[in-house]
Write a protein that binds this ligand. Structure first.
Ligand code: R5P
Length: 282
C-alpha cells in the first residue's frame, strides 16, 4: 500500500501514511502554458490511498488526474474536505446539484471513498461506490479538554450542527446548546434571538465548516451581548475564505482551531487517526 496526494493535502497525507506505516509517493506538479494541470507520480503497487480535499477547482482536477495515474492499482479515495457538498439540492431552477456532480465524477476509478464530516451524509450515495464519512467530533472534544478552558459551554450555530456539538460536548460532559440560524444567501445569515446560558461562561462555537465566518461572527456578537466571558471557535473544515479569520478575531473570537482536512495555520487537530482507522476497516 502507498499513499499519494494532491498539493493541498500533502501534510495530512504524510500523517496518514505514518499512522498506516506505509510510504508516501512523491508527485511532481506543474502547469502547462495554457494553464492545464500536469502531474506525474511514482510507481504504485497493489493498493493506493489517494488523499485530496476539494479546496478549489485545481485540487478537483488533480484528484481526477491522480485517480487516472493510479489506474493499475486498487484505489481508495480519501476526500478529507468534500468541497461543493453544501449545494446538495437544486435550490433554484437551472442550478446543478453540485454535491452529486462532484461525487459522481470522483467515485469513478476508485473502489471506495472515505470522507470526513461531509456536510450531508445523504451525499455519500452519489459516489456510486461504498462511501463513509468519519467524524472528528471527539478529536475536537479532546482538543478542548487539553486546553485551559474550564467548564465551557459548547454551542452549535444552527440545528444542523446540533448533533455534532452534542458529540463534542460528550467528551467532557459539558453543557451544550444550539442557536437558530437562517441563511439569507451564500454570504448572509440571520440569527433568531435566543437566550443562551452564556453569562460569565467560556463558550466554544463548533461547526463542520467555517467559510466566510459570517455565521460565527454574528453568533459571537450575540453571545457577548448576553454576557459571555470569552468566545472561541472550533471546526472540522477551516475554509476561512474572504477574510474570515480577521473578521472573527475582530468580532472578539479569542481563538480559531480547525483540522488538517483543509490545511492552514489554524489546523491544530489532525484527521489522520480517524482516516487511518477507516482505512484499516476497509
Ligand atoms: C452550513 O450549514 C455550515 O454548517 C456552516 O455553518 C457554514 O458553511 C458556515 O459558513 P460561513 O462561515 O460562511 O457563515
Amino acid at each position: 500500500m502507498k499513499v499519494v496526494s494532491t498539493e493541498s493535502s500533502q501534510v495530512l497525507a504524510a500523517r496518514i501514511a505514518e499512522r498506516l506505516d506505509v510510504p508516501v509517493l512523491g508527485t511532481e506538479f506543474s502547469t502547462f502554458p495554457d494553464r492545464e494541470l500536469y502531474l506525474k507520480t511514482g510507481e504504485t503497487d497493489g493498493e493506493t490511498i489517494i488523499v485530496g480535499s476539494v479546496v478549489d477547482s485545481d485540487a478537483f482536477v488533480q484528484i481526477l488526474l491522480l485517480i487516472d495515474a493510479c489506474d493499475s492499482s486498487e484505489n481508495t479515495l480519501v476526500l478529507p474536505y468534500a468541497g461543493y457538498a453544501r449545494q446538495d439540492r437544486r435550490f433554484k431552477p437551472g442550478e446543478p446539484v453540485s454535491a452529486r456532480a462532484v461525487a459522481r465524477a470522483l467515485g469513478r476509478g476508485v473502489k471506495r471513498v472515505i470522507t470526513v464530516n461531509i456536510h450531508e451524509e445523504a451525499t455519500l450515495q452519489h459516489f456510486q461506490v461504498p462511501a463513509v464519512s468519519v467524524t472528528l467530533a471527539s478529536a475536537l472534544g479532546r482538543h478542548i479538554l487539553e486546553s485551559d478552558l474550564r467548564d465551557p459551554l459548547i454551542l452549535a450555530p444552527d440545528k444542523g450542527a446540533g448533533a455534532f456539538a452534542a458529540d463534542v460536548a460528550a467528551v467532557g460532559s459539558w453543557d451544550c446548546d444550539c442557536l437558530e440560524k437562517v441563511r439569507l444567501s451564500g454570504t448572509e445569515v440571520r440569527m433568531e434571538p435566543k437566550q443562551i446560558a452564556a453569562s460569565g461562561r467560556a463558550v466554544v462555537l463548533v461547526d463542520d465548516i467555517i467559510s466566510t465566518g459570517g455565521t460565527l461572527t454574528i453568533a459571537a456578537g450575540m453571545l457577548y451581548e448576553q454576557g459571555a466571558r470569552e468566545v472561541s471557535a472550533a471546526c472540522v473544515h477551516g475554509v476561512l475564505s474572504s477574510g474570515a479569520y480577521a473578521r472573527l478575531i475582530a468580532a472578539g473570537v479569542t481563538g480559531i482551531v480547525s483540522s488538517d482536512t483543509y490545511e492552514s495555520a489554524c489546523s491544530r487537530i489532525t484527521a489522520a487517526d480517524a482516516i487511518a482507522d477507516a482505512v484499516r476497516k476497509c
